[in-house]
Each structure stands twice: as structure tokens, then as C-alpha cells.
Design a protein around this ligand. Structure first.
Ligand code: FO1
Length: 319
């Protein structure tokens, strides 16, 4: 590797969708991708037309493969929607836009799952197919679904976010299956064996929340807390993307770094906040300031480099 930061350290990233994918575009420039494990949320997964759709996994894979649209972040850049249009004529207009090329991923995943293969195995195949160098692992191979209790009733996460445009007032967030779901093989080892675990600038309530609901993840993080760093998804008390602020407010939290710090206290030792932003009031966390607006890969590379430089223990990697 040309980058002097990379000394063979093993890095594990806990990831939601677009925010995590944007950070990864920089991380892979400073760490050998073969030493990166990405543990991905599956609480957003949903079925459309009988097809298993895993939006966060696909966002990570398409981004690392250079296929994701820069601005929108999800799906495949330049994809067409002829199948969606034809299905809309058959069933009436759908609120979830599956592109023609994207559909191949969902058909493949659905078929392989039906053959008895695990989501971990399907994800490995998709990574190989797209020449993704990192190990991308779903947090669980078991059913896990984020449910949003709102003033308009209980909604699946995609129904809340996409169909209802995150407008209903959130009363509670639950993770169906969380208690029974088991962590995917290798997840605990990827955390306890990492030189550094990074929690991506994803939504703590609906991206990290479902992952932490799977028995064993919180414990693994607590065990590794000195090597866990979380990146706040807030910039100037606003989220770069998505309904985080609306959700925090509706649930009675403050929409600032104090709320983020209290969420990660006990499972991380360091919180990265945007340079110049209000610092959390009470926190047992070390604070690190960085430029966390990482819409372009160069900015993500600088942030990833700073985090590694400050948080990676000096000396030899663990293994
Ligand atoms: N988000 C939308 O706002 N509208 C869509 O029609 C949509 C389709 C879609 C298809 C495949 C996919 O992997 C993601 C898609 N997303 C869409 C994004 C997704 O709903 C969310 O951004 C994530 O679940 C949040 O991490």
C-alpha cells in the first residue's frame, strides 16, 4: 500500500447504508481492503414481488464497486426502470423503485436463499462478482426487521421511509426478531480481533439500533470498547441524509451530539464530531474533531486517515 498509515491493521466497520458507504470510499484508500470487515444492518431488508431486498448490503457493495450514484447513494447509477414500469402496469404503481440491473441482485439473492444458502454466503458471492475487496457480512442471517410505531400505525422501515417519506410522527422503534436472531458467523471475532472498530456515521436509531438488538453484539463491543470509535452522523445538529433529527425529536431526545454520545457511551471509547460543532455535555467518551462531511471520496479519505492516526494503537497490529 502506498499509504503510510496502513501497517496491516485489521479494521471492522459497523455500517448502515449511504453514510457508511461514503466513509468506506475513503477507508479503502488508507487500509488494504482485505483487512477491512464491514458488518451491515439488515433491519431495512424487505420483500417486494417475493424478492429479498437488502438495501444496506447492496448500497455498500455497489458503492465499493463504483456503481452507486454519487448523490442519491442507493441503487445503480444509470439503471433503467423498464421492469418497474411493466410491473406498475400489472399491479398499479409501486412506491419502491427497483432498477433493471439492481433486480438481478435481488433475483440472485432470493434464488440462493431458497436453495438453502445463507445471506452471508449470497453476500460473499455478490462481493466476488463485483470485485469488492472488503469482507461484507450481514449482522445476522436470521430475520430482523425494523418496525416504526407512528401516529399512522406500525410501519415497516421502508414503508415509513420511502412510501410515507418519514412524515408520520414516530412513537417507538422496534426490532422484530432481534431477541432471537443470532449474529452471523465471524461477527464476534471481527469485533474482538480488530485493531480498530469504527461505527460509521449512520443513524444510531435505525441503522445501529437493529444491529445492537441482536444478542451478543453489544457485549462484543463492550469487550472491545477501548478500540471502538463512533462517528457522529450530525453536522451542526443536522443529519446529512435521512430522518434522524425528526426521529430524535419525536422520541424526546435532543438532536445534538449529547444524544449521540449517550447512545454510544459504554460501547465506544471515542466519538468523532464535526470540527467546530457543539461538544456533548456529559460523556465518558474521548472526543475527536474532524471534517465529517464526506460526500466526496477525498474528504472521506482525510477523515479515515485522521481516525486511524489518532485512534489506532501504536505498534504492531493485534495479529
Ligand atoms: N429509497 C428511496 O427513497 N426510494 C426508492 O424507491 C428506493 C429504492 C431502493 C431500491 C433498492 C435499494 O437497495 C435501495 C432503495 N432505496 C430507495 C434506498 C433505501 O430505501 C434506504 O435508503 C435505505 O434502506 C436506508 O439505509
Amino acid at each position: 500500500m502506498e499509504n503510510p498509515i496502513d501497517n496491516g491493521s485489521k479494521i471492522t466497520l459497523l455500517a448502515g447504508g449511504v453514510g457508511a458507504a461514503r466513509f468506506l470510499r475513503g477507508l479503502v484508500r488508507v487500509v488494504d481492503p482485505r483487512n477491512i470487515t464491514v458488518i451491515v444492518n439488515t433491519g431495512d431488508d424487505e420483500e417486494f414481488y417475493g424478492l429479498s431486498v437488502s438495501p444496506d448490503i447492496d448500497t455498500i457493495i455497489y458503492t465499493l464497486a463504483g456503481l452507486a450514484p454519487l448523490e442519491r447513494g442507493w441503487g445503480i447509477d444509470g439503471d433503467t426502470f423498464h421492469t418497474k414500469a411493466a410491473l406498475d402496469r400489472l399491479y398499479g404503481e409501486s412506491w419502491f423503485a427497483l432498477g433493471d440491473r439492481d433486480l438481478a441482485t435481488h433475483i440472485f439473492r432470493t434464488q440462493e436463499l431458497a436453495r438453502g444458502r445463507t445471506l452471508t454466503e449470497c453476500t460473499e458471492d455478490l462481493c466476488r462478482h463485483h470485485a469488492v475487496g472488503c469482507r461484507v457480512v450481514p449482522v445476522t442471517n436470521d430475520r430482523l426487521r425494523t418496525l416504526v410505531d407512528t401516529d399512522a400505525g406500525t410501519l415497516g422501515f421502508q414503508e415509513y421511509l420511502v412510501k410515507r417519506r418519514a412524515r408520520p410522527l414516530v412513537r417507538d422503534i422496534r426490532f422484530d426478531g432481534g431477541g432471537d436472531a443470532r449474529l452471523s458467523p465471524g461477527v464476534v471475532e471481527a469485533i474482538t480481533g480488530a485493531d480498530l472498530v469504527i461505527i460509521a456515521p449512520s443513524n444510531p436509531l435505525v441503522s445501529l439500533g437493529p444491529m445492537l438488538a441482536v444478542t451478543g453484539l453489544t457485549e462484543a463491543l463492550r469487550e472491545s470498547a477501548p478500540s471502538v470509535v463512533a462517528i457522529s452522523p450530525l453536522i451542526g445538529n443536522k443529519a446529512v441524509k435521512g430522518p434522524l433529527v425528526r426521529m430524535l425529536t419525536a422520541l424526546g431526545y435532543r438532536s445534538d451530539n449529547s444524544a449521540i454520545a449517550s447512545f454510544y457511551a459504554g460501547i465506544a471509547s471515542t466519538l468523532v464530531i464535526n470540527r467546530g460543532d457543539q461538544r456533548p455535555e456529559v460523556t465518558g467518551l474521548n472526543l475527536l474533531e474532524g471534517d465529517t462531511l464526506i460526500i466526496d471520496p477525498d474528504a472521506a479519505q482525510i477523515l479515515a486517515g485522521e481516525i486511524l492516526e489518532k485512534c489506532l494503537k501504536q505498534g504492531e497490529p493485534r495479529r
